[in-house]
Design a protein around this ligand. Structure first.
Ligand code: ZN
Ligand code: ZN
Length: 189
């Protein structure tokens, strides 16, 4: 049976998404609920997403289909996130904008010679997104900063060559020493 709490959760989600789609509750089966919940999760990831830092001083929104969802185990991401890896989602820059505050930017060079700009809150330090000079049409969201990261589905573990011995990875995900084929940022001209 679909509980009142579950019904309210779905109704809240659909309102937040401003979705024109009405979810049919059908015969109140748990299976239906799970199917609908997954559908809402996919919708949330493709239609619109919002994020904010820990203190709420910086907010952003992003629309458009994610281009690549990944878990990066490189040393830079370990430093940035203070942990074993960074959950990141590449989204179209055309659908991305900062809606409140102004993130502080830190620019460094990648091994390939790209300028990597990391954006974080100047007040609380929360990592928000990155830009890479070779691919201005892409923004790499830091998934933990999303208001609702629950629909994130990583496609691969990348830069596992730098993974820590205490890191734990999902054995079902493809593993790449650096970038998967076709996913690398090409160096600037
Ligand atoms: Zn903040
Ligand atoms: Zn990384």
């Amino acid at each position: 049976m679909v509980s009142v709490v579950q019904r309210e959760w779905m109704a809240r989600k659909l309102r937040a998404l401003k979705s024109p789609i009405m979810v049919e509750y059908g015969p109140n089966s748990q299976m239906n609920y799970n199917v609908q919940r997954r559908a809402i999760g996919r919708l949330a990831m493709t239609v619109a997403r919002t994020g904010r830092c820990l203190c709420g001083g910086v907010r952003y929104e992003s629309t458009g289909e994610p281009l690549f969802s990944l878990l990066c185990h490189c040393r830079d991401c370990q430093k940035e996130g203070g942990s074993a890896y960074m959950a990141a989602m590449r989204v179209p820059a055309s659908g991305f904008r900062v809606t409140k505050g102004e993130p502080k930017l830190y620019v460094s060079s990648s091994d390939a010679g790209n300028r990597v700009t990391r954006a974080f809150c100047p007040e609380c330090g929360c990592p928000l997104f990155i830009r890479v000079s070779a691919r201005p049409e892409i923004v790499g969201l830091r998934v933990g900063s999303l208001d609702d990261p629950g629909g994130f589905r990583p496609e691969a573990d990348i830069f596992v060559k730098s993974a820590q011995p205490w890191d734990h990875m999902n054995p079902d995900l493809p593993k790449h020493q650096t970038y998967p084929p076709g996913r690398a940022y090409t160096p600037p001209e």
